[in-house]
Every structure is written in structure tokens, then in C-alpha cells.
Design a protein around this ligand. Sequence first.
Ligand SMILES: [Zn+2]
Length: 75
Amino acid sequence: MKNHKCQICGGNFEPGFTTISKDNDTNLIVFRKVPALICSNCGEEYIDDKVLTKIEKKLSKRKDKSEQIEILEYS
Ligand SMILES: [Zn+2]
């Protein structure tokens, strides 16, 4: 990541964790403990493309897709 300044407020990003959810019509999948950069000033979150790619892979590898709501941990 080249720019470590928040694009909204100019604050500094700091490493942390966030929770994201994916809704694909049949399931709602919640990912916890997703590594992210979080603005220390306004709370804006930046998630790396590599992390998002890994989440997409995890989604495609799920075998049991019967659960309507699934909560997963990223790591
Ligand atoms: Zn900010």
C-alpha cells in the first residue's frame, strides 16, 4: 500500500481487524478478524486486495452451503 494517509480525513491508518459480510442472495456470510488498516481519526477501513481475494477463495471452497447465515474467522 503506497498511501498510508486516509483519503477522507488525512489521518493515519493503523493495522487492526474488522468484520465484513458477504451477501450472495442465498447466504449471508460474515467474516470476523479480517486484517485491515483503520484510520485512527475517522475509523475508515482499508482492506488489502490480497485479503479480499483470499476471502473470495474461502467463499468458493465452502462445501456446506445450506446455512443461511454463516460466521467465519478469516485466519
Ligand atoms: Zn480518516
